[in-house]
Design a protein around this ligand. Structure first.
Ligand SMILES: [Zn+2]
Length: 280
């Protein structure tokens, strides 16, 4: 019997789960960028920094220095700059391949190589957080990639609450322009009520974005709304660190303790401080 797309998605939600309760840390919000185009960092990353927050950039090294419909893809320097800014660098396979169109063993190699190559190229620490290219997840990939990574992000919509499945984190597209703010508001309401973990993802952030990106206007308004609702904005790594899931593999493959800043993020300091919610 062939599963329908809906059946496949339903099955994936229940297979090979790694549940993590988020009730004690929610509501929190993460902004993530896939591939990633340069504007994700130059515009998206910069807006986050204006609010004292950090994002997660899932990069595929095979795209580095190239150009496509999303605009210019990241350069090596961008990786150094984003780490200096306190953002997180996650991985996204080497060649940006789909787990539904690639033999499992090849896909697993892609996952390993994607992360290892980025560390080798940049000399930077790449987190063990991963996003599936095209949001394409096979059941077999869900099973094997979970052994390699602290978390795997999907593009299944909705809020992660009261449990997040670390092998299939839900995430919501932040695409288009300000007319999408109603949808954003509904997601934020849901996240607030359920004390969950809401993850957004996008690609290019520019005035005339691709169908898979958004305008700086929409991005900034969304970040501002989260900020005004006093929900902490944290990278995926920062959320997991709060749950004590902060171990990572070092570049030579041995396990090493991941160094997570002990101080609260700037965003959180502002949120819990007495200065209200104004943004300078
Ligand atoms: Zn991608």
């Amino acid at each position: 019997m062939k599963l329908t797309r809906f059946g496949h998605r339903q099955l994936l939600k229940f297979l090979y789960r790694r549940p993590l309760s988020v009730a004690d840390i929610g509501p929190v919000v993460s902004f993530t960028f896939d591939d990633f185009p340069r504007t994700a960092y130059t515009a998206g990353g910069s807006i986050l920094r204006q609010f004292g927050a950090r994002g997660t950039f899932y990069a595929a090294p095979g795209l580095m220095g190239s150009s496509n419909g999303l605009g210019d893809q990241f350069h090596l320097d961008d990786l150094h700059c984003l780490i200096e800014d306190g953002h997180e660098l996650g991985s996204h396979t080497f060649h940006h391949v789909s787990s539904l169109k690639t033999p499992l063993s090849v896909f697993l190699e892609e996952v390993r190589e994607g992360r290892a190559a980025m560390e080798k190229l940049s000399g930077l620490a790449v987190s063990n957080n991963f996003a599936y290219p095209f949001g394409a997840v096979s059941a077999a990939a869900k099973r094997v990639v979970s052994r390699e990574m602290l978390s795997c992000r999907s593009i299944f919509r909705g809020v992660n609450a009261p449990f997040a499945d670390l092998n299939l984190l839900r995430a919501n597209a932040l695409y288009g322009d300000s007319d999408q703010l109603d949808l954003v508001r509904r997601l934020l309401d849901d996240n607030e009520q359920r004390k969950g973990w809401l993850i957004f993802y996008t690609h290019d952030v520019r005035e005339n974005p691709s169908p898979y990106g958004c305008t700086p206007r929409l991005f900034e308004s969304t970040v501002k709304s989260v900020f005004e609702r006093r929900m902490p904005i944290l990278s995926v790594r920062e959320v997991l660190a709060r749950k004590g899931r902060d171990e990572r593999r070092s570049a030579d493959g041995t396990k090493a303790a991941y160094v997570v800043p002990q101080s609260k993020s700037d965003a959180e300091v502002r949120l819990t401080g007495s200065q209200g919610t104004s943004v300078s």
